[in-house]
Ligand binder design. Structure first.
Ligand code: SF4
Length: 244
């Protein structure tokens, strides 16, 4: 049987976060995740999906990439990003990422940081979360991943509370993360009522929400060597729009 993956959706849009934000990107969203972050806005990818062969996925990506002939800073456009759910839950994903790298694409992967990132082709750019306390999943961080980081990777913190910010600041200093790769600090966008999947973890009691402005002011005051980011797609399209 040919190699396959369970896919939630494939679409062409703009990369909305990371140092690649704003560039055209084909998203390959894979089904399933073993975490339940309190702020997760893609709970629909926990179970919805269809098994598709590598050939089918490659054909769809090729169709979406047609008529792009440009590069930006040496990166072929569009980019390809594997996301989820958690793309590293399906071991075959690494093989497909390698095939797209072989085809000359710049391949990004968004991963929770709870799985071994060293299994991926070195050309894949790994955007790895470090789950903060308010996610409810801080215990799932796989700290061994830090020693696999390269300058082409990015570490992302999604912060929703003052406690998250203090925690992230401590982790940055303790592990000297700024010396390893670009660091992304995101603000948790509140979920709409219909996005609040019953299976998501609760924010641990006793935490104080942090506003966008308060977070940015703290980053500036503390002189943190990070890139603050907002999820660009949520400002362009309705925040719960799928396929963007
Ligand atoms: S890692 Fe967290 S935010 Fe990402 S898909 Fe899983 S539950 Fe959602």
């Amino acid at each position: 049987m040919s190699a396959s993956l369970v896919v939630n959706e494939i679409y062409l849009s703009l990369q909305g976060e990371s140092t690649f934000a704003g560039l055209p990107c084909i998203f390959v969203r894979l089904t399933a995740c073993n975490l339940r972050c309190s702020y997760c806005d893609t709970a629909y990818a926990f179970t919805e999906g269809k098994r598709r062969s590598f050939e089918e996925i490659q054909a769809e990506v090729t169709k979406l990439a047609a008529n792009y002939h440009a590069q930006v800073s040496g990166h072929r456009l569009p980019l390809i990003e594997f996301t989820g759910g958690e793309p590293l839950l399906q071991p075959a994903a690494a093989a497909l990422m390698k095939l797209f790298c072989d085809d000359g694409f710049t391949v990004l992967v968004e991963t929770s940081g709870a799985h071994d990132i060293s299994v991926l082709d070195p050309r894949v750019r790994r955007i790895m979360d470090l789950k903060s306390p308010s996610s409810g999943e801080v215990a799932r961080n796989r700290w061994e991943n830090l020693r696999h980081l390269r300058p082409t990777d990015e570490v992302k913190f999604v912060l929703g509370t003052r406690e998250d910010y203090a925690w992230a600041k401590g982790i940055l200093a303790e592990h000297r993360l700024a010396e390893l790769c670009p660091l992304l600090l995101s603000w948790v966008a509140p979920l709409l009522p219909h996005q609040q999947d019953k299976s998501l973890k609760a924010v641990p009691a006793g935490q104080t929400p942090i506003g966008r402005q308060e977070l940015v002011n703290a980053i500036i005051a503390d002189r943190l060597p990070v890139r603050f980011q907002l999820q660009m797609h949520k400002f362009i399209w309705p925040p719960d729009e799928r396929g963007v």
